[in-house]
Design a protein around this ligand. Structure first.
Ligand code: ADP
Ligand code: ADP
Length: 231
């Protein structure tokens, strides 16, 4: 479903050029659970931005479900983000003073879904993440782990092809981290593709496949404990 072909991202700051991604080839199949790791500055955020259609590569091709998204304009990219990708962030990004249910409904408002259907789908998504009894709670009335569950429900509610999670456990204690990772594993096991960015080995251990970036290149791609060094 995801195919990167010689994808590069070049940043120019005055006379300095940085290849944040350098001719990356990567295939992620439907139903996979991939953790992207690497030290600070290795290109993880750039990879997240490209995979999430938040940014386009300088060169190369990005095929997402048969569409070459590397050359699309912002309005088409926004459409693809809304329909195909569920985002989960380190800082939850929930709207304050807005109930869990209303937060989860938000992507459906953008998608033009009617009010009754929105309500029902938000309720079901919150039930799916174990928060059926927290529909009307405000974010500040929920624990960090619960807030991240709301964010995951919001990511699920449009039924996206892929969940893209950027350091989803970065603000959580270890108990909530395990809880959130188990939820992502469960969502993956019921058919969703998950791509996770993390710098924590314990978190990456929940994935089926671990990719390591260094200086904008994939230097390791390990599947089910069987390693294959690249470059
Ligand atoms: P990571 O998320 O692994 O820390 P990034 O993708 O943020 O890595 O950065 C990769 C490289 O690209 C770094 O050298 C960084 O300084 C550079 N970089 C990232 N974003 C920009 C930008 N907007 N302008 C210039 N350089 C950037
Ligand atoms: P299973 O694979 O175990 O059947 P599902 O994830 O398909 O679990 O669904 C479990 C519940 O969550 C169902 O009630 C379903 O309606 C609801 N649900 C699943 N995905 C979504 C979604 N994207 N939006 C709203 N509700 C959902």
């Amino acid at each position: 479903m995801i195919e990167l072909e010689a994808v590069s991202k070049l940043y120019r700051t005055g006379p300095i050029k940085v290849h944040a991604l350098s001719a990356v080839d990567l295939t992620i199949d439907e139903g996979d659970f991939v953790a992207i790791m690497g030290p600070s500055g290795s290109g993880k955020s750039t990879m997240m931005n490209v995979l999430g259609c938040l940014d386009v590569p300088t060169s190369g091709k990005y095929m997402l479900n048969g569409i070459d998204v590397s050359k699309l304009r912002e309005n088409r990219l926004a459409e693809i983000r809304n329909r195909q990708i569920g985002f989960v962030f380190q800082s939850f990004n929930l709207i304050a003073r807005t109930s869990a249910a209303r937060n989860v409904e938000l992507p459906l408002i953008y998608a033009g879904v009617g009010r009754r259907s929105r309500r029902a789908r938000a309720r079901a998504a919150l039930e799916r993440v174990g928060l059926g009894d927290r529909q009307n709670h405000m974010p500040n009335e929920l624990s960090g782990g619960q807030q991240q569950r709301v964010a995951i429900a919001r990511a699920l509610v449009t039924d996206p092809a892929m969940i893209l999670a950027d350091e989803p456990t970065g603000n959580l204690d270890s108990a909530s981290t395990v809880e959130i990772m188990r939820l992502l594993v469960e969502l993956n096991e019921t058919g969703r593709t998950v791509v996770l960015i993390t710098h924590e080995n314990e978190v990456a251990g929940f994935a089926k496949r671990v990719i390591e970036l260094r200086d904008g290149k994939i230097v390791r791609d390990v599947s089910n404990g069987v390693g294959s060094g690249v470059g």
